[in-house]
Design a protein around this ligand. Structure first.
Ligand SMILES: [Zn+2]
Length: 365
């Protein structure tokens, strides 16, 4: 009798695993269908039943993505250096880790510890990082004050890297974590080949691994626009912004997947960059649902980096923070039209540029 039940359970488990694998492997046709009823942010549409051909197609697609979230404990609209309001940051760092956890995304959050140093709020701000660790996520170093390597001398940039890990290191150790990843602000890996090589040697000597980015979805642009919509109490603009953001996510994934095929002839694991911002408290759930429908499995950064594609040299020097897949295309001599890459809509870029002109400040270190 007992054996009979065991057999039944094995059969049930096999059916469930197969069903979930097929669901996770939904291809681009399912994505196209989802446009018919574009979900509002935060309320993704229910999964659509798949046709047999979609399921067959999905079985051949093995897509993986590591999700990385920059500018913890919170990216404030219009200004890379604003310390942010504690109550608003508490909301960001409650909602975003919870959404990631709900989708079982083993994400990493890159921290600017400068934003923890507010008199009377230091414990409360350290707790913002703790909420990521409590959600089973991990942290990385994004320099102390979001320094720009292009305009920061090497020795200062190195100092700011060490200064940027003090609180995170203690919290991570208490959580039993030791891995160290570094994300360059503005994806700027150095102004000269010498500075770049010296900093990479510094990182290696301090046990850091560079966290590359293969695609980003300009969420910082849409986050600024959403803020303007809220300030003007413009519900239509807010709705238009959320929809445009999710449409743009599809465009950047289309581009990254095509580029992956051009450069490596296959679907390499992607590393997505988004930010710890308000837009994501509203849209991240829909974004992750969208990726699930595209057939993506969420993996830790370490797993993405274990793919041989990530051993390709990055010899790019320049102020434009281009993605690593474009850097690798240069190293491998594969032609990719950089200008063909997606851009957010002009109306969104315009509002973003205006917001930055009016509000972008400098760190008060
Ligand atoms: Zn950043």
């Amino acid at each position: 009798m007992r054996r009979y039940f065991t057999t039944i359970w094995i059969l049930v488990a096999t059916v469930l695993i197969c069903a979930s694998l097929m669901n996770a492997g939904a291809g681009s046709e399912a994505r196209a269908k989802s446009h018919l009823g574009e979900p509002r942010c935060g309320s993704p549409s229910p999964r659509l039943p798949q046709s047999q051909s979609q399921q067959a197609q999905a079985q051949h697609v093995q897509r993986m993505v590591a999700v990385t979230v920059d500018d913890l404990p919170g990216a404030v609209p219009g200004n890379d250096f604003a310390l942010g309001d504690l109550k608003q940051l508490q909301k960001l760092n409650r909602d975003n880790p919870a959404i990631l956890r709900a989708h079982q995304v083993p994400a990493i959050g890159f921290v600017n510890e400068y934003k923890l140093q507010v008199k009377g709020e230091r414990d409360a701000r350290a707790a913002l990082l703790q909420s990521w660790l409590d959600a089973g996520l991990t942290l990385g170093d994004h320099t102390y004050a979001h320094d720009d390597f292009q305009t920061t001398p090497l020795d200062k940039f190195e100092d700011e890297t060490i200064r940027g890990e003090v609180v995170s290191r203690v919290l991570m150790r208490a959580a039993g974590q030791t891995e160290k990843y570094f994300r360059h602000p503005y994806l700027d890996t150095g102004p000269t080949p010498e500075a770049k090589a010296a900093f990479e040697a510094f990182l290696k000597a301090h046990g850091y691994t560079v966290a590359p980015v293969t695609l980003e979805d300009a969420d910082y642009v849409f986050n600024d626009v959403l803020e303007q919509a809220y300030e003007k109490k413009d519900k239509k603009l807010a709705e238009k912004t959320r929809k445009a953001y999710l449409d743009y996510v599809d465009t950047v994934f289309d581009y990254a997947e095509n580029t992956s095929r051009t450069v490596f002839g296959r679907a390499i694991p992607q590393v997505l960059l988004i930010h710890d911002n308000e837009l994501n408290t509203e849209c991240l759930d829909a974004l992750l649902t969208k990726l699930e429908k595209r057939g993506y499995t969420f993996i830790p950064l370490a797993q993405a980096l274990a793919d041989p594609a990530y051993d390709t040299p990055d010899n790019y020097i320049g102020a434009d923070g281009i993605s690593w897949i474009l850097r690798w295309s240069l190293a491998l001599g594969k032609h990719v039209d950089f200008k063909a890459g997606p851009e957010p809509p002009d109306w969104a870029n315009k509002i973003f540029d205006q917001m930055r002109k009016e509000r972008q400040g400098t760190p008060q270190t």
